[in-house]
Design a protein around this ligand. Structure first.
Ligand code: SAM
Length: 224
């Protein structure tokens, strides 16, 4: 039976891959990957060698419909991976799943690594209800999102690149105030994993004297 399986891959620590993910990657006829060079290094680590096809934001609009047709007509098992974590979460994947669903192709999603979950759960901030915001838009729409977040009562989670961390913390202070509790989780699952906790103002001041390196997730307490 033709199948599309989204496979979550490690966000740093290569031990964080499930047995099921390894089995599916070994059984797949084809693996679609955001960056085929990156994926082939990862697969090599697990001793897997498969045909790869690139699928990223610049080609997915024309490649996805072709791929879905091919999976169905050739009765393929295709696995999809992004560079890290769960495909579709701040990564390509949504269009692939939406098109597969529209063509009645069976879709499976294997649970696995995703950066926002360990950041949220390890933050120590309320996590029973939360909002995942992903990356704030770099320019257009940024202010509107920040304004909406200023009234958010649930804990919210943002993804950010290290070189934009201080600018984003400054803007959060402008819209939410410097006293709001927050946490920056960096280098999750890696050797230098760290959680920096405090108010937004304290965290910003910390990173001004300790320039941030590595990938980070910002977790902010909701408005009380
Ligand atoms: N698909 C991924 C997931 O499931 O989390 C997210 C990919 S998105 C392109 C990359 C962003 O995820 C980074 O800028 C950072 O905000 C976050 N991220 C990924 N790996 C991380 C890690 N090891 N530690 C902290 N944040 C990480």
């Amino acid at each position: 039976m033709p199948r599309l399986v989204l496979v979550a891959t490690p966000i740093g620590n290569l031990e964080d891959i499930t047995l099921r993910a390894l089995r599916v990657l070994k059984e797949a006829d084809l693996i679609v990957a955001e960056d085929t060079r990156h994926a082939s290094k990862l697969l090599q680590h697990y001793g897997i060698s498969k045909p790869l096809l690139s699928l990223h934001q610049h080609n997915e609009h024309w490649r996805v419909p072709q791929l879905i047709k091919r999976i169905i007509s050739e009765d393929l098992l295709v696995a999809a991976v992004s560079d890290a974590g769960t495909p579709g979460i701040a990564d390509p994947g949504f269009l692939l799943v939406r098109t597969a669903v529209s063509q009645h192709l069976t879709v499976e999603v294997l649970p696995g690594p995703c950066a926002f979950l360990p950041a949220l759960v390890g933050s120590g901030l309320p996590c029973e209800r939360f909002v995942f915001e992903g990356f704030l838009p770099p320019k257009k729409g940024r202010v509107v999102r920040l304004q909406a977040l200023s009234n958010e009562t649930r804990t919210f989670v943002l993804y950010e690149a290290p070189h934009r961390l201080i600018q984003t913390l400054s803007q959060l202070i402008d819209y939410l105030g410097g006293e709001r509790a927050a946490v920056v989780a960096r280098e999750l699952t890696k050797i230098h994993e760290s959680f920096t906790r405090g108010t937004l103002a304290e965290i910003k001041s910390y990173f001004e004297s300790h320039p941030p390196k590595g990938e980070c997730v910002i977790v902010v307490a909701g408005k009380s």
